[in-house]
Ligand binder design. Structure first.
Ligand code: PEP
Ligand code: MG
Length: 315
């Protein structure tokens, strides 16, 4: 009812054999929700909450947060909406949370580490999310950024459930958590792989530093192997594994990610149409064969070439 009469209906994300691959939106503000729906987002795979915090010298109130989260959830009735709790530090510094004197902030008190050190902020955020959830009909999932250990997973999921969050998971964006995905996914209801940070930490190259930008390529087989670990763990334990880093927006890499075990893909809404069209060209067996070709390469460029050669339909 929401789509304009002029536009053809957009089908849900799926492979050629009908395997569903929900295509979700990465959003940074609730105001982006309407456009994402128009572009065919089946829900939200990553809602970054930093915007609420970045513009201010102190944390927003529970009421301010509840209003924003309610606005977001209300735009997706009956749909999955994955909200990430505050990811402060490194490329997203916050004056009131992060120590400005860290020499290596990407390796410092960021993400879940920073929230743990200021737990009142995390508790307020979970309070606001639970209240927004109660006021709307979306299927709210909540996840923590920069989780590196099984213990952090247990800490976050237990705390979130204390606040009434029904589906609590973690981002996998540190190699340690990819390698331990089979343990992490015992506590976590789901994993969402952040390929931007996972690539940065796997290749040990600052994602914002131009001089090492060539390393920031999620096609690197080392990154793909880590993603496979998570995909395998998800399949074994029957837990969803999403992708929410930029890699999911690359139409051919999206096929590889599904072949590695990703069960949903989240991206900038403008990328949805091309990824939807690409997935429809391949069966799950094709996707696994294309992923195997990429995995066997020595470097990112060869992985891309090998995937292209194994996926001849792709222009
Ligand atoms: C990522 O690291 O891939 C991710 C999705 O999170 P962000 O880009 O916000 O760090
Ligand atoms: Mg990240």
């Amino acid at each position: 009812a929401r789509a304009s009469a002029a536009s053809a209906p957009i089908t849900d994300g799926a492979l050629a054999d009908g395997t569903p691959v929900p295509l979700l939106a990465n959003l940074g503000k609730p105001e982006g929700a309407a456009e994402a729906v128009t572009l065919g987002a089946e829900g939200v795979g990553l809602f970054r909450t930093e915007f609420l915090f970045l513009s201010s010298s102190q944390a927003p109130t529970v009421e301010q947060q509840r209003e924003s989260y309610t606005q977001l959830l209300a735009a997706f009735p009956g749909k999955k909406v994955v909200v990430r709790v505050l990811d402060a530090g490194a490329d997203k510094p916050l004056a009131f949370l992060n120590d400005a004197h860290e020499e290596n902030p990407a390796l410092g008190l960021r993400g879940i580490r920073a929230l743990r050190a200021s737990e009142d902020i995390l508790r307020e955020q979970l309070t606001a999310l639970a209240e927004a959830d109660a006021a709307t009909d979306a299927d709210l999932w909540v996840m923590a950024p920069m989780v590196a250990t099984v213990e952090e997973t247990a800490y976050f999921t237990a705390l979130a459930r204390d606040y009434g969050i029904k589906t609590a998971g973690v981002m996998v964006e540190v190699p340690s958590s990819a390698l331990l995905a089979d343990r992490i996914l015992i506590d976590a209801d789901f994993a969402s792989i952040g390929t931007n940070d996972l690539t940065q930490y796997t290749l040990a190259a600052d994602r914002l530093l131009g001089s090492v930008a060539a390393f920031q390529d999620p096609w690197h087989p080392a990154v793909l192997r880590l993603i496979r670990e998570v995909g395998d763990a998800g399949r074994t334990l029957g837990k969803p594994v999403g992708i929410c880093g930029e890699a999911a927006a690359d139409p051919l890499l999206a096929v590889v990610l599904v072949g590695l075990g990703a069960t949903s893909l989240s991206m900038a809404p403008t990328a949805l149409a091309d990824v939807r069209a690409s997935l429809l060209q391949y069966t799950i067996d094709d996707a696994r064969a294309i992923a195997a070709a990429a995995l066997a390469a020595n470097d990112a460029a060869s992985a891309r070439d090998a995937a292209r050669a194994a996926a001849p339909e792709m222009k």
